[in-house]
Design a protein around this ligand. Structure first.
Ligand SMILES: [Zn+2]
Length: 95
């Protein structure tokens, strides 16, 4: 199922549209708003909430018909802007 625009939010970092989901471990995770067959997160709607589960585990069931595949947004967010934590090179002290 493709999330409707009303379910999407903008990423604070790169302002791309993302979908907030709740994982099986009850943790929030942002995924890309556009389904991607290369994604490893099976996303489906559960009432008002969006759920996601990883397909990476060896015992993870395959994608179900009502699920769509998405990439975790953290996997693509870095492509839009430079990586975090890279402080500018220190300037030489004045002499
Ligand atoms: Zn982002």
């Amino acid at each position: 199922m493709i999330p409707p625009p009303s379910a999407l939010r903008s990423c604070d970092d790169c302002s791309a549209l993302i979908l907030w989901t709740v994982t099986v471990h009850n943790r929030r995770m942002a995924v890309d708003s556009v389904p991607d067959e290369a994604g490893n997160q099976a996303v489906y709607r559960d009432g008002l909430a969006w759920r996601s589960r990883s397909l990476d585990g060896v015992d993870a069931p395959p994608k179900r018909p009502w699920e769509s595949l998405h990439k975790p947004h953290v996997a693509t967010c870095g492509e839009v802007r430079p990586a975090q934590g890279q402080a500018p090179a220190p300037k030489d002290p004045p002499r």
